[in-house]
Design a protein around this ligand. Structure first.
Ligand code: NAP
Length: 235
């Protein structure tokens, strides 16, 4: 599970480890303290942590080798780690910031996926991609993020097309009560049109954000599902 230190990724890891007593998780993020909490809660026999930036190719190699060396195989991956910044109108597009976002939300996933494919082939496992409604719906000033998630959907299609033994699904979690939403309301949303930002504030004020455990349980179930027939799905 990438981005397992908090938010949706942490919920997915918790659910997998709680609901499947034999399950084992490789948890990846930069926040070592949070990953160590997870390891302490479920034990180092069931949780392996890989601390580092997901954009670092050594981290991707380490993730796959840790799964294989410590747990014997790699069954499935949830590509969950992601960032939303930059939120800015296209007129003020900051290309280095776009590139940074694409490194995290897209190229890191291509890199980790290519490392993982030989192992996922052996286990006939699943690659689950955490997408967003922004991949198909134009939220104000979210072009960079939306484009990266649209590319992610397309990546899932290519994986499904190329690798018939690997399940590939890109799934939108809905609007989830995590740090990302706090960041929209308190920081990143300043460059959105007022009424567009207000929609997110209203969801929070009306208690309509999904607890991470709600989509988290769906992703956790998908890890154990064998999509059949194994063709492309993006929703
Ligand atoms: P979050 O609370 O901000 O958590 C993001 C996670 O990604 C953290 O664990 C973070 O860990 C990790 N991460 C970010 N950059 C990283 C990097 N360079 N290297 C390694 N790990 C990195 O966000 P969230 O809401 O849980 O988002 C999870 C996924 O859901 C994202 O892909 C997001 O786009 C998607 N999503 C969220 C919502 C929503 O409403 N929240 C809606 C649609 C889609 P560290 O900081 O510890 O590295």
């Amino acid at each position: 599970v990438t981005g397992a230190s908090r938010g949706l990724g942490r919920a997915i890891a918790n659910i997998v480890l709680t609901c499947e007593k034999d399950s084992k998780v490789v948890a990846i993020a930069r926040s070592a303290d949070k990953l160590k909490e997870l390891e302490a809660e479920f034990g180092s026999e069931r949780v392996a942590i890989v601390t580092g930036d997901i954009c670092d190719s050594d981290v991707a190699k380490n993730v796959v080798s840790t799964a294989v060396q410590k747990f014997g195989k790699l069954d499935s991956i949830v590509f969950n780690a992601g960032v939303l910044d930059p939120i800015k109108p296209l007129e003020f597009a900051d290309i280095p910031a776009w590139k940074n976002l694409f490194d995290v939300n897209f190229f890191s996933i291509v890199g980790l996926l290519s490392e993982a494919i030989p192992e996922l082939r052996k286990s006939k496992g699943n690659a689950i991609f955490v997408s967003s409604s922004a991949s198909v719906f134009p939220y104000d000033a979210w072009a960079a993020y939306g484009c990266s998630k649209a590319a992610l959907n397309r990546l899932a299609l290519s994986l499904a097309d190329e690798e018939k033994e690997i399940g590939a699904l890109a799934v939108d979690p809905g609007v989830v009560k995590t740090g990302m939403q706090v960041n929209i309301r308190e920081n990143l949303g300043q460059h959105m049109k007022e009424e567009a930002l207000q929609q997110f504030k209203d969801l929070h004020e009306n208690d309509q954000l999904l607890p991470p455990e709600v989509p988290g349980s769906v992703y956790a179930c998908l890890l154990y599902t064998s999509p059949s027939p194994r063709d492309s799905t993006s929703s």
